[in-house]
Ligand binder design. Structure first.
Ligand code: AMP
Length: 585
């Protein structure tokens, strides 16, 4: 298609119907996802590829010179890439990956800080039809090894310092053939290269910037995110290219993205919000987004909003609570009037935070709900809808949400139950990598069981009640107690460990471990410090226990399972519930 034809084509906004106060009920009743397919461009060969929808289709049309990515580095660097430039950079990565033998279906992981090369690499991986597996850059060696091993990853893209952090695991992974080391702008002294290492700058620097995207179908896998459950190690939730349909739609419907927006998502791409809404939703809508490499700082965040004139902002309750704690004098020093729509996800957003947003930003913060497995937002407070502080909002068109009893039958409004979604939405995960039983166990009577408890009110708003399992939500990150317990018992002094989430005013929950020592070991300050250090090094400070309590023994069922529920009840001073399966001391 030439440029004139492209300009004559109706723009996405002209084609798109957005839910609003008047049409929400009708749209919810009649909307079919296929209605949205025509708003995507599809590949010339008929397939669907997220990289084409997010980058190439804009790079080939009137948005070619529009900034796609505005980046601020932690050393004050500033870089901007247009859609056309993103296309070239991602093409180079795709060629380089092909050149070293990576092919369609291979799992390629990213363990990187938020630098532009992370984004080039991510979409380069998608362009060759491989599966991208992003990792949280704060992880220690254990979580990285577990995930790469489970996925049979063939390549890891990382930076010299992060490579150093996980150096001990590289040789433990026989499937891992390539470690592609990105030394952005020579930030690091050149590290010693291992036998699997190649330099990104060398292989990408030599690659052509022309590439024909693999003709992936909408059913081909694109991304996998590891997520924690109550038992066992985290599982890789795998998503298809088809998920882009819903990521694109919710970018419009929930984030209310418009052509001239400057959008900022504060989530790290190691977690699903950082990919679905830190890559796919804004770019499939052709919107410019800001990426900040640095972590949280109240004054820096307000300054970013002011300086870049951020219009739409997607953040998380823990961050909002940290901003609240920093006080109202700081935001008063900045001009935040560019903001027109603020969203939050990942944990319950307390009603006070919604009200606080109204005071500081002149508008409420809009909570929405979804999870790794759902791939995109499913329940939301919309810009056009009166916010009910404390509620997650109402379902998006095209899905059906139910509250179920313990037999998985639907309950009427007003009752607490399992939050469930009728199976079959486009961004639904398609498997847990090599764990079909775990995957199948999430689907009952035609419903996907989310693992959350919730209630629906008479007006169709959903209210979060808590998790139905032992998974811990700390600062919006899910932590599986088993993963932490497994790390702790590797310490020579630890006989057994039980891990729970302890309520916390800022992070919602923090990880607390109860530890029984092996015979011959005594509780000392030094041992406590050593155990803390051990857990932080193995796991990361985000996942390691914030608190360790030494106990003589842990309550267990007669079959030997640690009763975390009981540990939690005791911690909170709550009734101990049914303890008939408790083993005798
Ligand atoms: P993740 O899969 O890591 O994105 O975590 C998803 C989980 O975070 C959900 O199952 C909920 O337990 C929690 N969560 C996400 N959004 C919300 C929200 N708006 N309110 C309450 N909990 C939420």
């Amino acid at each position: 298609m030439d440029l004139e034809e492209e300009i004559a084509k109706p723009t996405v906004d002209e084609m798109s119907v957005r839910p609003n106060l008047d049409n929400y009920q009708e749209m919810t009743a009649t909307f079919e996802w296929e209605d949205m397919y025509s708003e995507l461009d599809w590949l010339p060969g008929g397939g669907l590829n997220k990289a084409y929808e997010c980058i190439d289709r804009h790079a080939e049309g009137p948005k070619r010179n529009k900034p796609a990515l505005i980046w601020e580095g932690k050393n004050g660097e500033q870089e901007t890439y247009t859609f056309q430039e993103l296309r070239r950079e991602t093409n180079k990565v795709a060629n380089a990956l092909n050149e070293i033998g990576i092919k369609k279906g291979d799992r390629v992981f990213l363990f990187l800080e938020r630098i532009p090369e992370l984004y080039f690499s991510f979409f380069g991986i998608l362009k060759i039809g491989a599966i991208a597996g992003p990792l949280f850059s704060a992880f220690g060696p254990d979580p990285v090894r577990d995930r790469l091993e489970d996925a049979g990853a063939v390549a890891l893209l990382t930076s010299p310092d992060l490579r150093e952090r996980v150096a001990t695991i590289i040789d433990d992974l026989p499937a891992l053939k390539h470690v592609i080391v990105i030394n952005k702008d020579g930030r690091h002294e050149n590290p010693p290269m291992g036998s699997k290492d190649v330099s990104y700058e060398t292989i990408v620097g030599a690659a052509s910037d022309e590439f024909t995207i693999e003709n992936t179908t909408m059913y081909d896998y694109s991304v996998m995110h590891y997520t924690s459950g109550t038992t066992g190690k985290p599982k890789g939730a795998v998503h298809r290219h088809l998920a882009i349909v819903q990521q694109y739609a919710t970018g419009k419907w929930v984030l209310d993205l418009q052509e001239d927006d400057l959008y900022w998502c504060t989530a790290d791409p190691g977690w699903v919000t950082g990919t679905s809404y830190g890559m796919f939703a804004p770019w499939s809508n052709g919107v410019t987004q800001l990426i900040d490499e640095s972590g949280f700082s109240a004054s820096r965040w307000y300054e970013m909003i002011q300086r870049h004139k951020v219009t739409v902002w997607y953040t998380a309750p823990t961050a909002v609570r940290m901003l609240m704690k920093a006080g109202e004098d700081i935001p008063a020093r900045y001009d935040l009037s560019s903001l027109r729509h603020i969203n939050s996800v990942g944990e319950p957003l307390n009603p006070e935070a919604v009200v606080w947003g109204q005071g500081v930003f002149g508008q409420p913060i809009h909570d929405n709900w979804w999870q790794t497995e759902t791939g995109a937002i499913l329940i939301a407070n919309y810009a056009w809808m009166p916010v009910r502080p404390g509620s997650m909002g109402r379902p998006i068109p095209g899905i059906r949400v139910g509250i179920l009893d313990d037999e998985y039958n639907e309950l009427p409004p007003g009752q607490d139950g399992h939050l469930a979604i009728r199976s079959g939405w486009p961004s639904q995960f398609h498997s847990y990598w090599q764990a079909p039983e775990r995957y199948n166990s999430r689907f009952l009577k035609g419903w996907y069981i989310t693992g959350d408890k919730a209630r629906q009110d008479e007006d169709g708003y959903f209210w979060f009640m808590g998790r139905a399992d032992d998974v811990i939500n700390t600062a919006g990150h899910l932590v599986g107690p088993f993963e932490v317990e497994s790390a702790l018992i590797e310490h020579p002094a630890v006989a057994e460990a039980g891990v729970i989430g302890k309520p916390d005013p800022i992070a919602m929950e923090v990880v607390k471990a109860f530890v029984a020592l092996k015979e011959g070991y005594e509780v000392t300050d030094e041992l406590r410090r050593d155990l803390n250090r051990f857990a932080r090094t193995k796991l990361s400070s985000a996942v390691a226990p914030r608190e360790i309590e030494f106990v003589d023994s842990l309550p267990k069922t007669r079959s030997g399972k640690i009763m975390r529920r009981l540990l939690k009840a005791r911690e909170l001073g709550l009734p101990e519930g049914d303890i008939s399966t408790l083993e005798d001391d």
